[in-house]
Design a binder for this molecule. Structure first.
Ligand SMILES: CC(C)(COP(=O)(O)OP(=O)(O)OC[C@H]1O[C@@H](n2cnc3c(N)ncnc32)[C@H](O)[C@@H]1OP(=O)(O)O)[C@@H](O)C(=O)NCCC(=O)NCCS
Length: 196
């Protein structure tokens, strides 16, 4: 009964958030949000190996803001090569994650809005497929299924049933096999000081 009432309240609640491009001043709030939502082990995930020292794909770091502009949700996508095709050519794609919404804002459609905005933007930018590791019960509603990723592997431990893919261009992942490797831009490192 409580769940039904929650759904009804969420349905009639006015929209109290907006999806926006992440900007540099959001970084601290985003990291705090991820620590709170995903816990301290979040940096040990296999997906983290793909993200470490890389910048997200161009235009594909999004936040949800409340009315006051505070960050209450985050999603980022990363350039990867999703194995190779039948001819041995690397397949460019995106890895999505993490997706997180502040716990006190859950169930208002913020996660879905972030996902839909990210998928739309990825498509607009000409990307062919998105992969992620997550709960199929949540991500299937956006078109993610394990089938298209069945011959791909993450660079570290992962659960096969949680490794999901969405094609933005039909057939993009046909024959895709092998390991996911990062292909995005590296984070700029501090300039090397040379002795005079
Ligand atoms: C998963 C998450 C992003 C969803 O955000 P949200 O803003 O609450 O999502 P929405 O309001 O758009 O959708 C809520 C719906 O998703 C469902 N849902 C949420 N998490 C789910 C999960 N792990 N598996 C299945 N369904 C889930 C809810 O039951 C609800 O269902 P309903 O629409 O039938 O009522 C958020 O709960 C979160 O940050 N979780 C912790 C981090 C995480 O698990 N990230 C994703 C990795 S799997």
């Amino acid at each position: 009964m409580a769940a039904v009432l929650d759904s009804v309240r969420a349905f009639f609640a006015p929209t109290t958030f907006a999806i926006d491009a992440e900007n540099p001043s959001d970084v601290v709030a985003r990291e705090n949000l991820l620590d709170r939502v995903m816990g301290p082990d979040r940096r040990k995930k296999s997906s983290e190996k793909i993200r470490r020292n890389r910048v997200p794909a161009e235009g594909l770091a999004l936040v949800a803001r409340d009315r006051d502009g505070h960050v209450i949700g985050s999603v980022r996508l990363w350039n990867i090569e999703a194995g190779v095709n039948d001819e041995g050519t690397p397949i460019n794609a995106l890895l999505l994650g993490p997706l997180a919404v502040a716990p006190h804002q859950g169930g208002k459609g913020i996660g879905s809005a972030l996902m839909r905005a990210a998928i739309l933007e990825a498509k607009k930018r000409g990307h062919g497929a998105v992969l992620l590791v997550g709960d199929a019960a949540y991500y299937e509603r956006f078109g993610f299924f394990a089938e298209k990723a069945r011959h791909l592997v993450m660079p570290g431990p992962f659960e096969r049933s949680r490794f999901l893919a969405l094609e933005l261009t039909e057939g993009w992942l046909d024959g895709a096999a092998g390991m996911i490797v990062p292909s995005g831009r590296m984070l700029a490192s501090a300039p090397v000081r040379r002795a005079a």
